[in-house]
Design a protein around this ligand. Structure first.
Ligand code: M6P
Ligand code: ZN
Length: 203
């Protein structure tokens, strides 16, 4: 396999799966559905390349991939990945940032949510039973690589909805300065959305 390490892109190959997520495919994750409806549904939010050299579900294997999240906003929310728990909840993952500015939003099964700032060179270990989503909080594409177990699976269902979902206001319009100044990792409850926004706008 060949990867362009400057851009994180994998050379197209029969074992590399490529997918594109548009605004039209992400209607469940943005809070302001009216603002979303007024945008072009074909707008690309992010692209994923996943190198899957063995069948999905195989125990003991690893997949490798790159995700590129475009800059943009839906009302006050940054463009972000859908986000997921692993179907096998004890499976972990690494994310490593190539370039851009991002927020890795993490949420455990008690719905406690926290963030880690992403920037060129940051590496993030996603612990067992922790859902993960990435928002692009910068002005250029955010590129990151990921490595995860081939039997982890994706559970998208459990993070959807205003009650069960991530505390999405936490990534709304937070400046990169606020992200840098935030203790890392910062832990807070999903119930304190206003507090998060207040802390971020204060810094
Ligand atoms: C990373 C990995 C993939 C994931 C992708 C996009 O590359 O975690 O497993 O599919 O990000 O994230 P999502 O599936 O939540 O849209
Ligand atoms: Zn994952």
């Amino acid at each position: 396999m060949q990867m362009d390490w400057a851009k994180g892109l994998l050379r197209p190959d029969a074992e590399v799966r490529e997918s594109v997520k548009t605004l039209g495919q992400l209607s469940g994750i943005f809070a302001n559905t009216k603002a979303l409806r007024e945008m072009d549904p074909t707008t690309v939010v992010y692209r994923v390349q996943a190198w899957c050299p063995i069948p999905e579900g195989t125990e003991g294997g690893l997949f490798w991939g790159t995700t590129v999240v475009e800059p943009g906003l839906v009302d006050s929310e940054y463009f972000m990945t859908h986000g997921h728990f692993h179907l096998k909840r004890d499976r972990t993952e690494y994310y490593g940032t190539i370039e851009g500015e991002g927020a890795l939003v993490l949420m455990d099964e008690t719905r406690a949510t926290w963030m880690e700032p992403m920037g060129a060179g940051t590496v993030h270990f996603i612990r067992p039973r922790v859902a993960h989503r990435v928002a692009n909080i910068g002005k250029s594409p955010l590129r990151f690589v990921a490595c995860w177990p081939s039997d982890a699976g994706h559970d998208y269902e459990s993070i959807l909805g205003s009650v069960r979902g991530f505390s999405m206001s936490g990534v709304a319009r937070c400046s990169s300065k606020a992200m840098r100044d935030f203790p890392n990792p910062t832990r807070f409850s999903c119930l304190s959305k206003n507090l998060i926004q207040a802390s971020m706008s204060a810094s």
